[in-house]
Design a protein around this ligand. Structure first.
Ligand SMILES: [Fe+2]
Ligand SMILES: [Fe+2]
Length: 467
């Protein structure tokens, strides 16, 4: 059966597309390498492809090796186009035929109009990182691009390392954070393990518990069910258990494993150090119940029993009527920027950009995100619904829209606190509603089933220039 993926469309003559990542059963794949004129691989290049007959589009972003891959393509003739600020568009054509379903298309970028005007962009490394090498040997499916349509349904494969099944997401070419889905068969336990990276867990389906065992302390259970979110305290031995004998359990894990592996260069070390960080976790009686409000939206917790039922606080600076909660889970230092956000029906967030890589998991609702680097015209539209995962590239603008009749809620995982403590916080700030491109309003009007009168007011004031 062919399921609808993140399909792309042409709206008002502009490109709106998103990666087609799963469940398509289409045989074609176009992959390749993008370099600049000096021969260096370029990270963060957006590749868009257009099926010439149908106009169907797909997209991907190059990783730190300058590589991209666009799978699940129908056979036919394609045009491939690059987009990277400061470089001219490079184009190539490629046909996929029976017997030649996979094609390597390499492109070279020439410097062109535009520059980064002081933006801090890392050069793409020429050598593979330990993380890249680890990823190449991974035995479970790896999705790339900007989003995964439904993490609850994406295909998982047996993963010897965990004793369960898994699918891995390296969205937006991240070098710092990663995400994966793990599945526990009915009644099964995964292998117990520990690691020096921080790990946030979000339960997608099922019922069970995670056993924490700190050295010379009593074991403790974190009981979970669908929509429970928690963090594994640093380096604590832990084991996930599915208590439902009839149904599988599935969770999403978001970690800073790439950063940790690239720091130490050795996965055995990252998973094999016996040290108890008692400042983070000492088997405290109230560990799972801890909930301390530090004022406003800032909360310290270890376990969020049900993300959908969490009380959120005003967050007008992100969008009119927006609410949110920032949560420091499990004493995390690097993944300190977790949070829950909600957008009321008929409204949307302001666009913004930041240094941090971010993953957004949609817990409720329906909508889309616009994501672009410097040039709004080269934006990508990513449609989402409950179960979708969106990866926001560092430095890129992003803007989230609720098109449904109910509030849209998502959890976000970033490194914001950590990077600002290092003094490297790069924040371009919000794009005020008054300054956003008129296409934002047009697209929202065409997409949303509800338009809140407050948005009409904002758009009207913008046009008349009144305050
Ligand atoms: Fe773990
Ligand atoms: Fe953001």
């Amino acid at each position: 059966m062919v399921k609808r993926g993140f399909l792309c469309s042409l709206v008002a003559g502009l490109l709106f597309c998103a990666p087609v990542l799963q469940g398509q059963n289409r045989p074609g794949t176009i992959s390749g390498l993008v370099r600049d004129e000096s021969g260096s691989p370029r990270q963060g290049v957006t590749l868009t492809i257009t099926h010439k007959d149908t106009g169907t589009k797909g997209a991907a972003v190059t990783d730190n090796q300058g590589r991209y891959q666009i799978p699940n393509l129908a056979l036919g003739d394609y045009e491939i186009e690059t987009a990277l600020s400061g470089f001219r568009v490079a184009r190539r054509e490629q046909s996929l035929r029976v017997g030649k379903e996979k094609a390597e298309v390499d492109l070279t970028l020439e410097a062109g109009e535009g520059n980064r005007s002081g933006r801090i962009m890392p050069e793409a490394p020429n050598d593979k990182t330990p993380y890249d090498e680890w990823l190449e040997k991974l035995e479970i499916p790896v999705s790339q691009g900007l989003a995964v349509e439904d993490t609850r349904k994406i295909e998982v494969k047996p993963w010897k390392e965990t004793g369960g099944l898994g699918a891995y997401f390296r969205l937006s070419g991240t070098q710092f954070l990663d995400a994966r889905v793990e599945e526990l068969p009915p009644g099964a336990s995964l292998k117990g393990h520990r690691h020096l990276h921080e790990e946030n867990i979000y339960i997608l389906e099922g019922k069970g518990y995670t056993m924490l065992q700190q050295e010379s302390r009593r074991p403790q259970k974190i009981e979970w069910q669908r929509d429970t979110a928690f963090s594994i305290p640093l380096n604590v031995f832990h084991q996930h258990v599915n208590t439902d004998a009839k149904n599988p359990a599935r969770f999403l894990a978001l970690t800073n494993f790439p950063f940790t592996l690239n720091t130490f260069g050795n996965p055995q070390f990252v998973g094999g150090v016996e040290y108890a960080f008692r400042d983070r976790y000492d088997a405290e009686e109230n560990f799972t119940k801890l909930s301390t409000n530090q004022g406003g939206r800032e909360q310290i917790m270890n376990v969020i029993p049900n993300v959908k039922q969490s009380v959120l606080y005003q967050y007008e600076s992100r969008g009119v009527g927006a609410t949110a909660m920032n949560v420091r889970l499990g004493g995390n230092q690097v993944l300190g920027g977790a949070g829950i956000s909600e957008i009321p029906a008929g409204r949307y967030h302001r666009a913004h950009a930041h240094l941090n890589e971010a993953f957004i998991y949609i817990t409720e609702g329906e909508g889309y995100s616009l994501i672009w680097e410097d040039d709004f015209k080269k934006r990508t539209k990513v449609d989402w619904k409950e179960g979708s995962l969106v990866g926001v590239p560092k430095y890129w603008y992003h803007q989230h829209f609720n098109i449904g009749e109910k509030p849209a809620r998502f959890v976000r995982y970033t490194t914001s606190g950590y990077l600002s403590r290092l003094g490297t916080n790069f924040q371009t700030g919000d794009v005020p509603y008054e300054e956003e491109n008129p296409e934002v309003e047009k697209l929202f009007r065409a997409s949303s089933r509800v338009i809140d009168p407050v948005m009409e007011e904002i758009w009207k004031k913008k046009k008349t220039g009144s305050n």
